[in-house]
Design a protein around this ligand. Sequence first.
Ligand SMILES: NC(=O)c1ccc[n+]([C@@H]2O[C@H](COP(=O)([O-])OP(=O)(O)OC[C@H]3O[C@@H](n4cnc5c(N)ncnc54)[C@H](O)[C@@H]3O)[C@@H](O)[C@H]2O)c1
Length: 248
Amino acid sequence: MNGAPVALVTGASRGIGAGIAEALARTGYGVAVNYLCDHRAAAAVVERIRAGGGVARAFQADVTSTSAAQALHEDVRRELGEVHALVLNATGPQPDVPLDDLDRKDLQDQLDHFVLGPLALVQAVVPAMRERRAGRIVFIGSEVVDLAPAHTAAYTAAKSAQAAMARVWARELAPHGITVNTVSPGFIPGDRHRDTPQAAIEDYTAQVPAGRLGTASDIGAAVAFLCSEAAAFIAGERLRVTGGHTIG
Ligand SMILES: NC(=O)c1ccc[n+]([C@@H]2O[C@H](COP(=O)([O-])OP(=O)(O)OC[C@H]3O[C@@H](n4cnc5c(N)ncnc54)[C@H](O)[C@@H]3O)[C@@H](O)[C@H]2O)c1
């Protein structure tokens, strides 16, 4: 390894995670690009970063599993070095389910992605950050925490729990030089939204004061800032990157 600080970004093979990985690489992080299934997509992100002169490597792991998250951390340490910045971005399918049809599995699945998987990874990276007295942890939240859209109870509950956890850990870890923050995107259309009707997209855009949809690079820029030296005194914040959609 070439001595660059290392960022581990979960779910970085596409969408917002890919934008975050590329933004962090541009600021000098060597990036561990985690993904679940699509090795080609992850390899393409790695290639783009390397083509720009950055350092990156793809790591397959299901971060909802505690043992896989721990093994991922060990792999990243071995291949790239100690993790200086951890970005918890991975998401699986997000159910659109009204109350009457909601079951425990829907909730469990969202908690696995946004609360329990992150717990294992945060516990894995923190000891070395504490020793170094420096570290950055960024959760990718969602504007649903502000807006509570109908039929999103499982997703919104898990993102809200995640936001609460981030603030608690920000308090616990700030004395050790480790910052914990959340970046909360608005709607950022990506592969996952291929079937979203154009009318719904236009409707949403019309409600965004900035007059446009956000992009993965908008989120990447916010995460890169929070992972920079300039953000050393920012702890426990939830930065909404929504073009004003969540102003209220
Ligand atoms: N896109 C949006 O509109 C939007 C809005 C608000 C918040 N967010 C949040 O941003 C984050 C990224 O969303 P996206 O839309 O870019 O998602 P996406 O579906 O485009 O990408 C998900 C990524 O997570 C990975 N992944 C899925 N399950 C995984 C697992 N178990 N272990 C490891 N990796 C796994 C996939 O391989 C992929 O790289 C999520 O936390 C999401 O809740 C997205």
